[in-house]
Structure formats: C-alpha cells, structure tokens
Design a protein around this ligand. Structure first.
Ligand SMILES: Nc1nc2c(ncn2[C@@H]2O[C@H](COP(=O)(O)OP(=O)(O)OP(=O)(O)O)[C@@H](O)[C@H]2O)c(=O)[nH]1
Ligand SMILES: [Mg+2]
Length: 699
C-alpha cells in the first residue's frame, strides 16, 4: 500500500437517513474502484462496512466503519455511518474529521428526518456536501420530487450536476452536465461505464439543467455574478472553478444520481468526490490554541509537528481497543511514543493500520490528512489528541448527546454482575452515548441510551461480544421531585444510651429555586448556635435525604436549604448527630413545602407522508404532547412537539405501525416539568412497588 500525502487524499463521511443506501453505495464504490473483488450486498450480509454481527443481523449500520479506495492516484477514505436516529452521534463524529459529506438521499422518499439532522451537523462543522440521489431504480423514484423536497428544506443551492437516463427499472445511466456527455452502465451489475453522447430526447432537458447550474454557481460567487451578467453565461473553466469554490464554501451543493444496487453511477461519483471537494491541504482542520479561545487552522503538512485526533474507538473483545484517528499534522509512525495532549501522559503506539471494514493492513506510517487506526492504546480515548510535546493546539471533540431513556437490567446468571460492569465500561468507550449506573436505592443496574433500539443493540453486543446475557426490565423514567412552597423546619436528634449520648439540633429554611438549579446549601449560622465543624454534617444529612426523595424516592431538586439556627451539647454533639438532625429537618420541611413530581419532557420531531399528519398529531396530543409547529417537506410533513418521556416509550412501534414504516422521528431531552397532579398517585405507587420495602424502610 502506497503512503499518500494530503494533496492526494479526500476524506468523506457517508451520511443520510437509514435505508437510503449508504452502505450499499460504499460497497459499489469499493467494488468499482477495484478495492475488493466481490460486490458486497447489505441484504446478503456481505458488505465491507457492515461487518459487525449485529449489523449483519439487523441490516443496519450501527457504528462508523472505515473503508478506502485508490482512484486516479488519490486515496479516498469513506466513513460509512449509521442513519438511524438512535445512532446518529457516530455520523457527527465522522463529519468532525471529514473534508466532505456524501449525503445519500433515497430518491423515493426524498429528505427524511436524519437527512436534516446530518445536514445541520455538516452546517455546524462547515463541511462541504455532495448529494447523491440513490435507489433511482426503484418504483416511484423521482429526481424531480426528491429535488423538490431538498429545495424546500435546504434551499435552491442544492443543484443537479447530473440528470438520470431512464427511470425506475430502466434507470441505466447519468448525464454529466459539466462535461455534457452521457455515461451508461453495464446491466450485469459490473458497473462498467460507457461514455457517449447525450441521448437526443434528453438534450433539451440537459441544456436547461446546465443553464440552471451555471446560474446557481454564478449566484454563489460575486466575481462570477458580474461575468455572468455581462456574457449571459460562464466559460467551462469559470464553471468548474466556481463550482469548486461554491462547494467548498457550502454555498452550492451538487446533486448526483445513482443506483447502488444496480451499480449505476459509481465511477462518475468517484470522479466527483475527487474534483469537487477540497483536499485536506485546502481545508485545514479547525483547532483552538492551547489555553485560549483563539481559532487556528492546522495545516496538513506531513513534515509539520505530529498530531492525530482520535474520533472513534471500537471495543473488540479480541483485538482490544481499536482507535481510529485522523492525522491532522505531521507523520504518525508505527511503534513510536506520542504524547496524549488531552490527558497529559505518554502513549506507546503499536502497529498503525489502514482499515477496510474489519480488515487491517499494517503500514509503517500515516501522513497528515489521512485516516487510520491503531490497536491497544492503553490510556487514550475518543476526542483526545495524540501529538508531539511541542504541539500547542486543541481540537474540539464531538459532543455526544445525553441518554434519553433508561432501563433496569439484570444478569441472566447470578454472579455475572462484575462481567457486565466490565463489558459495559468497554462499550461505553466505543459508544459515549450510553451510560450505566446503579440505582442508589434498589441497587439495580441501570442502562441508559438514546432509545429502545439503542438499548437493545447494546444488550445484544453484551451477549455477542462479551458473552454476558441480561434481561431488560421495564424502562425507568428519571422522575425528580421538587418543592413548590417555602417553609421553616426543625430537626432534632437526641439519644441517651448508657454513657455517651447523641445530640444534634438544627433549624433549616427550605425554598424553591428555578428549574435546573439542582440544590443549594447556605450556612447562615451566627454566634455559634451550631459549632462550625458540624455545619457540613447538617448539609450532608440534607444531601443524603434529598437524593432519597420524599414522595416516590426520586431525587429532590431545585431548592435551597438555609441552616439558620440550632443548638448543641458540649459532650454529646458529634457529626453523626448533626447529620441525623439535617435529615430530620428535611423530612419535617418536606411535609409542608408542598412537594411535587417533575418529569423529563422531550423535543420530538416526527416525519411522515402528509396524509398521516392529522392522525399523528392526534396521537401526540393523546400523549400529553404540545404541538410546537408543523412544516411541509414536499410530500412529507414534519411535526414538532414537546412530549413527556413517559408517553414516548412505545412510540417507535406506534409510528411504524401507524405509517406502514414510512414515518420516522427524532427525540432529545428538552427539560423537566411538573407532572399533572392526577398522575402522581400512579407514579408513587409504581415507584413503591418497584423499590419494594427498601425505600419505605428508610423513610
Ligand atoms: N432498489 C434499490 N435498493 C437499494 C439501493 N441501495 C440500497 N438498497 C437497499 O436498501 C436497503 C438499505 O440499504 P443500506 O445500504 O443498508 O442503507 P443505509 O443507508 O446504509 O442504512 P443504515 O445503515 O440503516 O443507515 C438494503 O436492502 C439495500 O439492498 C438501490 O440503489 N436500489
Ligand atoms: Mg448502512
């Protein structure tokens, strides 16, 4: 394998909605470029990038995987990413290290919810985009309709640089609007292209589309705009240069046509990836100067200081930790020692490898601008920078979303607890969007993630990769408690047992605070009513008690406790006594502070063909949802709503059955809100039942 330098490298995140055909398209690109001998199919479980057992079983990409092709003396790295809402953070991580995004859109469905999410992410990270309308061989596939939805959502700058030849079953080639020629493809799936003249019946359409493209390119560039007005058109050179500039500045988004399964359109797409998107040299990675907020651009020079950013970690039970990185500067060498700047420690590198799916090829070095991997790093994790000691910049890591749903899990065989924790710890390195913890009261293990399918996949990985099986119990809603009235309370702990007694006494004021304030403790003791050294014990007592809750055992939040008076005993007072007094004051106060329950409310976006919009809104209303807005997306409608989490637990199944699988949704945590009082009884009873006698014992 040749070592490539930055000018001859392109890095692409292949992103888009689930089912648009990203994995199949990567498979076609690999095959057509000769990187693999076999045309892998998602449906047969034979693609390079969906290699994980769980991916093969589900026919969905669940985590980023790396592939590359050598094309025209260049190396194109392709990062296949998941399109399912629960797994989208991996697409963000891939965009973080990409020079361009290959946005794959289903030509039947048009823009879908994940299409918008990845587009927003690419906007945030200023990543240029190329759009591919895929699945053009399918019934009801339509370039016009798909473009209409793209225009509605992303604007007119999404502009075709190709037109399809044939449609649905007869889709067999593309017209290149820049070269003004036609490519048709062998019907045997070999992807073999034949160059030819534009078919006579499409000439008019091609001319019109080319003019529209020229106009759009001119519009995106002030200098070209003037020329365009003077001459009424652009020269071929102006068009090409303008298109490239427009794409780099994210002011033009070219649209190409393909069928990944019929292997139509792959080779012109590879050409486009090379010619339209800037190389790492032309698009230096954004970084921050150490200890400041000043932005710097890190030049992808292979003789510069070494720096490599880890953007993804995979937990392999056999190979150990596999870390994927992009070399942002300098040359990273196998068997060398580098500095982990993020953690300030040194890390020994073993063999560097290039990844073709799971297949590793060892290489002696990897140069700036390229993406590679290394196994068995001891200390370094995702979002960390490996570099020379002299390097004085930092790269902002991917922000991973907080978990939105939490399940109690229990091991199938007793004694597996230890194994589960170890395995979950490693899976968390691979997937920072899961979280596990122990319920402080029931001691149950809680597994939190982005949605039901995310939790199920995590449980399946536990089994397949780490050989531990768990039962998923009911999802847990992270309710909280708070108070709605101020009150003063008294806690007095006094015990006389034989010789030494116990004595603690405190007066505490409890007041509600705004949402999100958690808990504040104020020491307002004057004149030594409680000796200094015992005040922290009072705080500890209240802290412990508030975490155990009052109504239903959920943590009490958003209030202030001010200790303002008390008394003590020269001999009998000690820390434990004041802790008990604090806890008693809490209980006393809560009985008058009108405690109530808070529930998490989610931001929900539902996408579905417009015919379903009425029913879906009715359903969201029935789930206590507040509809925030509704927008048309071509033939689809997007509904935005705020809905309590407890009402969304079964939404995935409902949406699928209500829309025949054509609806999709995205949900993230929004805020906490008071639970309507008529629901309190049910929640409190359920919590008591779940926690058994343990909870009641402590109250
Ligand atoms: N007819 C047709 N089917 C396609 C095409 N591309 C992909 N498919 C099929 O569509 C399904 C989904 O394809 P994938 O490549 O797995 O889609 P994806 O975008 O990777 O989906 P996620 O991994 O879930 O994000 C598979 O059954 C593919 O065989 C295409 O061009 N035409
Ligand atoms: Mg996929």
């Amino acid at each position: 394998m040749k070592v490539y330098e930055a000018p001859n490298i392109r890095n692409f995140a292949v992103v888009g909605h689930s089912g648009a055909g990203k994995t199949q398209l990567v498979s076609a690109l690999l095959f057509d470029a000769g990187a693999v001998n076999r045309f892998g199919r998602v449906d047969d479980g034979t693609t390079v990038t969906d290699y994980d057992d769980e991916e093969i079983a589900r026919k969905h990409t669940l985590a980023c995987s790396l592939a590359y092709v050598e094309w025209n003396k260049h190396k194109i790295n392709l990062i296949d990413t998941p399109g399912m809402a629960n797994f989208l953070s991996d697409a963000r991580a891939a965009l973080r290290v990409s020079d361009g995004a290959l946005v794959v859109v289903d030509a039947v469905a048009g823009v879908q919810v994940s299409t918008e999410k990845v587009w927003e992410a690419a906007n945030d990270l200023e990543v240029p985009r190329i759009v591919v309308l895929n699945r053009l061989d399918r019934e009801r596939a339509s370039v016009d309709r798909a473009l209409e939805s793209l225009h509605t959502v992303f604007g007119r700058a999404v502009v075709p640089v190709q037109l399809p030849i044939g449609q649905e079953k007869t889709f067999r080639g593309v017209i290149d609007l820049i070269g003004m020629k036609a490519w048709t493809f062998a019907t045997d799936g070999s992807g073999k292209p034949t160059e030819g003249a534009i078919p006579a019946d499409l000439e008019g359409a091609a001319q019109a589309a080319r003019e529209a493209l020229i106009e759009m390119v001119a519009e995106a560039d002030d200098a070209l705009m003037e020329k365009f007005f003077e001459a009424g058109t652009l020269t071929q050179d102006e068009l090409l240069a303008g298109l490239k500039r427009g794409i780099a500045a994210s002011r033009v988004f070219p649209v190409l046509c393909a069928s990944a399964i019929a292997n139509v359109g792959a080779q012109p797409l590879l050409d486009a990836l090379l010619s339209y998107v800037p190389s790492p040299v032309e698009s230096p990675l954004k970084a921050k100067k150490a200890k400041s907020d000043d932005e710097v651009r890190v030049e992808a020079k292979s003789d510069g200081p070494t720096a490599a950013f880890i953007w993804k970690t995979v937990a392999d039970p056999f190979a150990g930790r596999i870390s994927m990185f992009r070399v942002v500067s300098g040359t990273l060498k196998s068997d060398s020692t580098v500095h982990n700047v993020t953690k300030d420690l040194s890390e020994r590198l073993g063999h560097l490898v290039l990844l073709q799916g799971k297949t590793q090829t060892a290489v002696p070095e990897i140069k700036a601008g390229d993406i590679g991997a290394v196994a068995k790093l001891k200390e370094s994790l995702t979002n960390e920078l490996l570099a020379d000691k002299s390097v004085s910049f930092a790269i902002a890591g991917t922000k991973f979303p907080e978990p939105v749903i939490s399940y109690a899990i229990e091991p199938k065989s007793r004694g597996d607890e230890e194994k589960i924790s170890t395995a979950l710890h490693r899976l968390q390195e691979e997937d920072p969007t899961i979280n596990y913890s122990r319920d402080p009261q029931t001691k149950e293990l809680l597994l939190a993630g982005q949605g039901q399918s995310h939790i199920e996949v995590t449980v399946a990985k536990l089994k397949r990769r780490f050989g531990v099986e768990v039962n998923l119990k009911l999802p847990r809603i992270p309710y909280r408690e708070t108070i709605t009235a101020s009150t003063e309370a008294h806690g007095r702990h006094k015990k006389q047992t034989g010789g030494h007694g116990q004595f603690g006494d405190c007066k505490v004021k409890f007041e509600p605070l705004p949402r999100g304030s958690e808990f504040e403790f104020v020491d307002d003791i004057f004149g030594g009513a409680i000796p200094r050294q015992f005040v922290p014990a009072v705080e500890k007592g209240i802290q412990d008690a508030r975490l155990r809750g009052f109504l239903a055992g959920y943590p009490m939040v958003d209030f202030r406790a001010t200790v303002y008076d008390g008394s003590f005993h020269q001999v009998d007072s000690n820390e434990l006594s004041f802790k008990m007094a604090g806890s008693l004051a809490f209980k006393d106060g809560m009985s008058r502070a009108r405690p109530t329950l808070l529930e998490p409310v989610m931001d929900v976006e539902v996408y579905a063909p417009s015919d379903y919009a009425g029913d879906l809104m009715g359903d969201l209303n029935g789930r206590r949802g507040r509809i925030g807005g509704m927008d048309s997306r071509g033939a689809s409608t997007i509904i935005r709503a705020k809905v309590p989490m407890s009402e969304m637990l079964t939404y995935e199944q409902h949406l699928t059955s209500a829309t025949g699988g054509r609806g999709s949704y995205h949900m993230e945590f929004s805020h906490y809100e008071e639970v309507p009082s008529h629901l309190h009884g049910k929640i409190i009873a359920a919590a008591k039942a779940e926690r058994g006698h343990e909870a009641t014992e402590e109250v």
